[in-house]
Design a protein around this ligand. Structure first.
Ligand code: SF4
Length: 492
């Protein structure tokens, strides 16, 4: 089985999570990837197809699937959406009861099939497939060391370092994987597949989500629980920080490669990335967002005629804000769902108009009204200004912006494509300066405490709610710079 033959894009960075991040006209943060695995089901490929489809929002650039019955690997990877990469014939050719699959978002310029996952390798003990979500912060240094000692890399993906570390070890696969995972620093969720084993592993802080489900006797793994719902599986539990689950003919073995550090699940999963029907760390995403809106209303009420949310991620919070204040919730903004990955982006002259191709204001809803506009974050500020202006052009008399996260001031090192700190508007401007920049009548951000309380809901309290909030507070859970002297915080 081979990869789809598609012209390769121009690679402009050294490593695939490097975050060249010019972003697009819509100025949003980008998720990096989603993973889905099956162990012990005769229709592993079909389950993975539906599972990956449910995770499509985590990556639209490429999709891939590797399946085995214990002998040879069957795999296919291609550029595009899951439904574009796989058709019925392709899927039916992928026989086996174990599989790992992947959907990928790539940074600008990195649209190469070469980096589509799962990555597939042959090594002395057989076949190895690797799928990951996240970013290995010290991958460039490990890669450099490996290259110095003779390793030849097939891709520009930092995921490949784990395969080289495993292949160079003289230990058996499980011990080699344990050693390899122990060398990695960053935020990652790994699925590793060999001819007779599968490993699911999470980084020491649980930065990127990975959860386990059951379907009959089969074990399933997914970045989000929404994929379990789609295939009729039940959710069992999250993979714990530093944990590696090993699956083989005897069943599942709970193991770990490192002692857990403080739990630090990415706060942006709750705020923006994950699907509302997913649960994470015991909290439903929709319910958490709704509570963010409620807390936001308690923290920064403003008298207005309608509340509206920027679709899709801010709808839940807007409903919460409306419920708490008694101000009616209305669909004041409509998203054009067909402006997708393949949409031809407008020229520089038309960029100001660009947002209208994705969002429309509903004139009958907002005309002559004081509008509260709920959004999840402000990155550069350009999109917020455009949306505020959309509402004004549609006749809104006032636009009050409420953001259901603290100011986004610091770049992410754990797999989210963010602009450099200098491009993040909140890193250099005050709330009042941002308000002026986005042309809003008022602007307020959710406090860090409010965010934590909204995410926790009724759950037990953890340190910081078990969240990474580094893009807000600069408190990175790991080292972020491995060049020269040890350095914590931003390395930009
Ligand atoms: S720095 Fe921000 S985006 Fe990155 S993992 Fe932490 S919370 Fe998520």
């Amino acid at each position: 089985m081979s990869d789809a033959i598609i012209p390769q894009g121009l690679w402009t960075g050294d490593y695939y999570n490097q975050g060249t991040g010019k972003n697009d006209i819509f100025d949003t943060l980008k998720e990096e990837c989603g993973v889905f695995g099956v162990f012990g089901h005769p229709e592993a490929a079909s389950l993975s197809y539906y599972g990956l489809h449910a995770l499509q929002h985590r990556g639209e650039e490429s999709a891939g699937l590797c399946v085995t019955n214990g002998d040879e690997f069957n795999y296919y990877r291609g550029m595009g959406l899951v439904k574009e990469v796989f058709d019925r014939d392709r899927l039916s050719s992928l026989h086996g009861e174990r599989s790992i699959g992947h959907v990928r978002y790539s940074t600008n310029g990195d649209t190469s099939l070469m980096n589509a996952q799962p990555l597939i390798f042959k090594y002395r003990d057989g076949d190895l497939a690797v799928a990951t979500n996240g970013n290995i912060v010290n991958a460039p240094q490990i890669r450099h060391q490996l290259e110095q000692s003779g390793s030849i890399f097939q891709t520009t993906s930092d995921t490949e370092v784990i395969a080289h570390l495993i292949a160079r070890s003289s230990k058996d696969f499980v011990e080699a994987a344990r050693d390899a995972l122990g060398q990695l620093v960053g935020g990652f969720a790994f699925l590793l597949l060999t001819n007779d084993k599968m490993i699911a592993a999470s980084d020491r802080h649980g930065l990127r989500p990975l959860t386990m489900g059951r379907l009959g006797d089969a074990y399933l793994f997914s970045s989000e629980t929404c994929a379990f719902e789609v295939v009729g599986a039940e959710t069992v539990r999250d993979i714990l920080p530093g944990e590696m689950l090993v699956l083989d003919r005897e069943g599942i073995h709970e193991d770990r490669y490192a002692e857990p550090q403080r739990k630090a699940l990415c706060a942006m999963e709750y705020i923006y990335f994950s699907r509302p029907d997913s649960d994470m760390n015991g909290s439903n995403i929709h319910a958490a967002r709704k509570r963010m809106g409620q807390v936001m209303a308690q923290e920064s009420f403003v008298d207005a005629d309608v509340v509206t949310g920027v679709p899709d991620s801010s709808i839940s919070a807007a409903i919460g804000y409306a419920e708490q204040t008694g101000i009616p919730y209305e669909l004041g903004l409509i998203k054009n769902k067909y402006t997708g990955r393949t949409f031809i982006q407008p020229s520089q002259e038309l960029r100001e108009q660009g947002v209208k191709m994705k969002l429309s204001a509903v004139r009958r809803v907002v005309e002559g009204k004081r509008v509260v506009m709920i959004d999840d974050s402000i990155v550069r500020g350009t999109t917020s200004r455009r949306i505020v202006n959309l509402l004004r052009e549609a006749g809104a008399t006032e636009v009050h912006v409420r953001i259901t996260s603290p100011p986004f001031k610091n770049p992410c090192f754990y797999g989210i494509d963010t602009p450099s700190r200098a491009e993040l508007i909140a890193s250099s401007k005050s709330v009042e300066e941002i308000r002026q920049e986005i042309n809003a009548d008022s602007l307020e951000f959710l406090s860090a405490e409010g965010l934590i309380s909204a995410v926790e809901g009724d759950n037990a309290k953890n340190y910081k709610g078990g969240l990474c909030m580094a893009c807000f507070d600069n408190d990175y859970p790991t080292r972020t710079n491995f060049e020269g002297e040890e350095k914590f915080g931003c390395s930009c």
